[in-house]
Ligand binder design. Structure first.
Ligand code: HEC
Ligand code: HEC
Ligand code: HEC
Ligand code: HEC
Ligand code: HEC
Length: 490
């Protein structure tokens, strides 16, 4: 009893010398049990709230560290040479060599040992689990809410929504990991001081997924054959006519087990790497393309109109083509206003029986608004007004149908437009097709030519066979359906 009370007395004595260390020790005393319980709960996965990790690792953890720092500064800067002397070698040596002082120093050593060990344990636990927390989708998607909202929202609606952000953005190699943490630290700084760009420019320079990343899961050298793609569209007429485009996409392969590389994934083969030079930051302006095929190099230059400068003389950046030059939006897929509405009409979120709904909704969601709230109000107001004037029966009795359509149009807007980040329809280009002569047509435009006149083909059958284009119930799909039913499939 005597020993323990003397022990506590020393501790209290040491910590109460300055206001700083009092504050620090109060913080530590309160936070230690709270943190311990929270970390244990988090490790066991008991709490299923995405903000729980944020609370522990970005608020409680740093507060604990702050308490620790205050305590140390407080103790160091407190009155009395003896206390500062506590931490110098001469002092300890003197104490140890004077027999009378021996018990006191032993108490000091024991005290600081217990203190250091508990703190160390807590710090290690919090840093370790905290490190993993910074790799979680919750951290990436929710911490800097406004900045990451567009990326997170589009991710959730994508085929990759079950894999975490870091599986694409941070590779397994430690070099990438370090780079990611550094650029991550900078990004937190940019968010705190509001210096980040809006929108985040495409392509991203740090944290861009590498080819190896995708190949952790996908093996494009093994793809084979052609795949049927069906696109559903709705025309801006009174009936919102449903039309379909059917393409047989030549997915191909990068060559495997003696088979030759062919089709779209021909580009993936290491036997003939493709390089290109672009003169703008967005990689849209491709001035030169060359491929190394065995010992040969085949170079295509962009033809220019008379009077324009020779593109090969322009300064540019060279790049080896990889997955991201086509699949730059494998996850953050921003649809155009047209596509977004088609999707809602197809799934019935916007009822097709409302006359001209495609046309009217398109008109109103394509406008520019300053905030999401304003957009939602205007979409609702605009559609109600137009239908009240032109189809009063819908605005009156059929109100529930119209309300559903309004909700669908609002949803289409919210999933793709983010005014706070200056992201409008078509801010981000998808390179997978050839919308607006971009994507594949950056090279496959028939204007990239070798010295002896060979071009990078833009033959419509090079990449796909068009089986039907914007046709209401195309024959070919009817035929396929019949064949499938014949085989006993629905
Ligand atoms: C399937 C892989 C993949 C996953 C999973 C993924 N991303 Fe991305 N992300 C990409 C690619 C590819 C780009 C575009 C790279 C480029 O254009 O240079 C990108 C771009 C971004 C950008 C830049 C803005 C933009 O849209 O171009 C942000 C921000 C981002 N991702 C955040 C996230 C967050 C947050 C998550 C998790 C919620 C996530 N990403 C999950 C592949 C992925
Ligand atoms: C951790 C594993 C993983 C990684 C890494 C990954 N993917 Fe995927 N990807 C998947 C899975 C699983 C699916 C299938 C999802 C489904 O069908 O529901 C998929 C689907 C796809 C599809 C087909 C989408 C569709 O609409 O059918 C493409 C294209 C694709 N991934 C490209 C990429 C690219 C490009 C990268 C690299 C930036 C990448 N993936 C990284 C697991 C991964
Ligand atoms: C030259 C452009 C190009 C390159 C390079 C490319 N792809 Fe593709 N990929 C396509 C196109 C086009 C499709 C089919 C259309 C679509 O998915 O919208 C496709 C389809 C896919 C699919 C879906 C296949 C299926 O059967 O549904 C996956 C997965 C995929 N690619 C992964 C990759 C990976 C991984 C890489 C890099 C090693 C890569 N691709 C490189 C253009 C490319
Ligand atoms: C950076 C330039 C570039 C881009 C972008 C590009 N390609 Fe290519 N592609 C080439 C070159 C170069 C060739 C080889 C041309 C030749 O040999 O005549 C080629 C050849 C092809 C071939 C023929 C392969 C074979 O079997 O010989 C297909 C199919 C193809 N590309 C599809 C696509 C698709 C689909 C896209 C867009 C998703 C695309 N390419 C984007 C440069 C590009
Ligand atoms: C270099 C390869 C390539 C060439 C050449 C090419 N396409 Fe495509 N095209 C694609 C790819 C890839 C897609 C699929 C885009 C997607 O998945 O959304 C596509 C999609 C389409 C679509 C469907 C668009 C939609 O979303 O409804 C049409 C129509 C089309 N192409 C017509 C043509 C025509 C006409 C030509 C000849 C002038 C042509 N394409 C040449 C690669 C090519």
């Amino acid at each position: 009893m005597d020993k323990t009370s003397a022990f506590i007395k020393t501790a209290v004595n040491l910590m109460s010398r300055s206001k700083l260390s009092v504050l620090g020790s109060i913080m530590i005393t309160v936070l230690t049990p709270v943190l311990l319980i929270c970390v244990l709960l988090d490790i066991r996965g008991t709490v299923d709230n995405p903000y729980f990790g944020f609370l522990i690792y970005l608020i409680l953890g740093p507060l604990f560290m702050l308490g620790l720092i205050l305590l140390i500064i407080g103790v160091y800067s407190s009155r009395g040479k003896e206390d500062i002397g506590l931490f110098t070698f001469e002092y300890i040596e003197e104490q140890l060599t004077r027999p009378g002082r021996y018990t006191r120093i032993r108490r000091h050593i024991l005290l600081s040992l217990i203190f250091t060990l508990t703190t160390l344990l807590l710090v290690v636990m919090v840093s370790y689990t905290g490190f993993h927390y910074t790799e979680s989708t919750a951290f990436c998607g929710l911490s800097c809410h406004q900045v990451m909202e567009p990326a997170y929202a589009t991710y959730q609606n994508s085929p990759h929504s079950r894999i975490s952000c870091v599986e694409c953005h941070i590779g397994k190699e430690s070099q990438w990991l370090t780079k990611a943490k550094f650029s991550g630290a900078y990004q937190i700084f940019a968010v705190l001081f509001d210096t980040y760009p809006r929108p985040i420019p495409q392509p991203i320079t740090s944290l861009r997924p590498a080819r190896e990343t995708c190949e952790e899961c996908h093996r494009p050298e093994m793809f084979h054959g052609d795949k049927l793609y069906i696109k559903d569209r709705f025309l801006p007429d009174e009936d919102n006519t449903h039309v379909q485009t059917a393409l047989l996409m030549k997915i191909g392969s990068g060559g495997y087990l003696g088979r030759k590389a062919q089709g779209i994934h021909w580009h993936v083969s290491e036997d003939h790497p493709v390089y290109y030079q672009h003169t703008d930051q967005t990689q849209e302006e491709v001035t030169q393309v060359w491929l190394q095929d065995g010992g040969r190099e085949i170079r295509f230059h962009k033809k220019v109109a008379a009077g324009e400068p020779d593109p090969s003389s322009l300064p540019g950046t060279a790049r080896k083509m990889d997955c991201m030059d086509c699949h730059n939006r494998p996850t953050h897929v921003f649809l155009s206003a047209d596509e977004a509405l088609d999707e809602k009409l197809l799934t019935g979120m916007i009822p097709r029986e409302i006359p001209f709904i495609k046309r009217q909704a398109l008109k109103i969601i394509s406008q520019q608004y300053d905030s999401v709230d304003e957009a939602l109000q205007e979409i609702s107001r605009g559609l109600k007004e137009w239908y009240a004037a032109n189809y009063p029966e819908l605005a009156g009795q059929g109100r529930t149908v119209l309300d559903k359509a309004i909700a669908g149009a609002q949803q289409a807007y919210m999933e793709n437009v983010f005014p706070a980040m200056n992201i409008d329809w078509d801010t981000y280009t998808d390179f997978i097709g050839h919308k607006n002569d971009s994507g594949c047509f950056r090279c496959h435009d028939g204007r990239h030519v070798t010295e002896n006149g060979q071009t990078i083909s833009n033959d419509c059958d090079l990449c796909h066979v068009i089986l039907a284009e914007n046709e209401p119930s195309p024959d070919v799909l009817g035929l396929l359906q019949k064949t499938l039913q014949h085989k006993g499939q629905p």
